[in-house]
Ligand binder design. Sequence first.
Ligand code: IVH
Length: 758
Amino acid sequence: MDIDHAKRPVDSLGRDEANAEIERLTDLIRRADLAYHQNDAPFISDAEYDAAKRRLIELEKRFPELKRPDSPTENVGAPPREGFAKVHHRVPMLSLANAFSEKEVYDFDKRIRRFLGIDDATIDYCAEPKIDGLSLSIRYEAGQLVQAATRGDGETGEDVTENARTVCDIPKTLTDAPDILEVRGEVYMSHDDFEALNRAQAEQGGKTFANPRNAAAGSLRQLDPQITASRPLKYFAYAWGELSQPLADTQIGALHRLAQLGFKVNELTRLCHGPRQLLEHYQRIEAARPDLGYDIDGVVYKVNDLGLQRRLGFRSNTPRWAIAHKFPPETVWTWLLKIDIQVGRTGALSPVARLKPVTVGGVVVSNATLHNEDYIKGVDTNGNPIRGGKDIREGDWVKVYRAGDVIPKIADVDLSRRPPEARPFEFPTKCPVCGSDAIREPGDAVRRCTGGMACPAQAMERLKHFVGRDAFDIEGLGAKQVEAFYLLGWVREPADIFTLAARDSAGKKALVGLDEVLTRLQGSADPDEQKRALAEALGLDHFDPDHARERFDERSRTPLARQHGWGERSVQKLFRSIEARRRIPLERMIFSLGIRHVGEVASKLLARHYGSWEAFETAMTRARDGDGPEWEELTNIDGVGEVLARSLVLAFHQDAERAMIDRLVAQLEEIEDAVQPAASDSPVAGKTIVFTGSLEKMTRAEAKARAEALGAKVAGSVSRRTDLVVAGPGAGSKAKKAAELGVEIIDEDAWLTLIGAA
Ligand code: IVH
């Protein structure tokens, strides 16, 4: 193998040489990956491979503008995502809602009793340690392990069957098991094994892991099962997916059964009578935690009776019958060096604390959120003191914590170590990016830039949101590319993405001139920062106007494939993935518009409710804030509140915003109608139902959850669009209105018969 190129030091290479070298190394690493992982026929040694990768990293560091968007250095340590086959989970793998205080545990218990309509009963719960690893679903058919899959996004995971077979705690065959049995549990690594692994990795110059969880995940997700086999992974079973026969009637009974079948079940699992006993057991587990020898991050409480679990059912992503009571997060003290202001997609000015880096819970932290200006001042939104009223200043000694995977936060300030020169932080009243006024609406904790899409920060954040994974998911167009394309005047709004290829082949990519780009950046509180960004997008060392103009025009003319960081293949791939997105599911379309308060869950609800873009768009166009049938219909959707509705209606009635949406729609081939939820063969699927009066066999909440699980929509008030009213004793005005409108009205028993629950 020719590795001559590795001989000249990176420092001695000019820009073009470096580009050629990057291309050669990229190709070499790609071919080596393919040969190793898929064809099982490596053609270079591990040492040569590592050297090539290290050199590529070095080159990319020296010439960041030459880095390719699809660089193989982006997936160091992690095998390529394509490496594992996808597995569709027949029963979704859900996550858990969290509780952080005793009150939240009592509230959880109260919610359950209320939902079931047994306010004065005491519920039995099964309490289990929450193992900090990664969940794995293992499928057995006729007693044989046939498949193991990671959680993935909960619906689709990765097939790691061969790797799972190498884990000692996982039985390969079962006797006396149901014919179909999917066991779910956590793969983890003990502290001792983690340390030994890291020691061995360091000695061999391999990758070390930040914590046992990452080590377990990295070890299970190896394309070579022999590597997994050499890693000491363990497994606790705590749940199940598809089953041909029930395991038991209770959670604890099911765990006993899993233990009998040969699975490891955690010994700290207990049956608890009511929330007080749950909290006692929580304390017992917390006390045992330091000596367990593996990481746990809380205690999971599950309703013990599986019949009740079934009745309680699920919210969109989490079961109603379980909660994870988390341990308080680890905290660490460090210096707050500086407070920066970031401008988000909706114009929110978000203060960020730049910290002297510290390790918190195995992760190096150098930034923390400061929420908003009141938070910095030491008051909450109602003006009440937080942190004993202490404000936060640049130069302060602060206590930092990480709660789960969320952005680190600041819990406290030590005033005794405050430098004498520290001054209260002055929150800007102008947008630091575009210079527009930043205002605070009454009742809003957040100050927002009023620049709209004319603000480069907002425009770029909107574009990043648009191309993101959960929106249009355009491969090859990440945050960095979007930023550069924006600054080069090639893409100013979502619709422009779809015309880029045509402009590229016509030799004129820029939609605006450099002057307009500069004008937009002019008001900026930090013009130097803006010019630096622009110079970087242009591939210049520093910003000088003449040079910039020349480069700006040249880059607009030159085909993308001939520009630094790109090549024929990556450009083709990018344009192909853009073309593919001219068809988009309705819920993604709604989400990608980036309208304030309209997140993924709301987008799904809206898509399901309106069904098609035409119906949605017509309704939004007709809707008037606060009144009229369209407004009523919108706010009647369960899960759509007034704040969300107002923001949505506003977006469709603001001329500039609306024109932008229309331009995007004009570029699309098809906005695919929403897929109605499963169970579409149920007699109530797709129907809009209103419950009124008192129900006797189940609570209103339970009835509503049942109806929704069967694909019905549940509304709060009767309108022309209502299909069915279920009226119990005491039904008043709603039943009357239904009668007037000629909507079908049935009683509770007829309802139960209709859904087959009588
Ligand atoms: S039950 C439908 N039990 O925690 C509920 N999860 O935050 C399924 N976990 O994805 C989960 N220990 O990876 C359950 N004893 C336990 C657990 C546990 C750890 C993990 C699991 C899950 C995550 C949810």
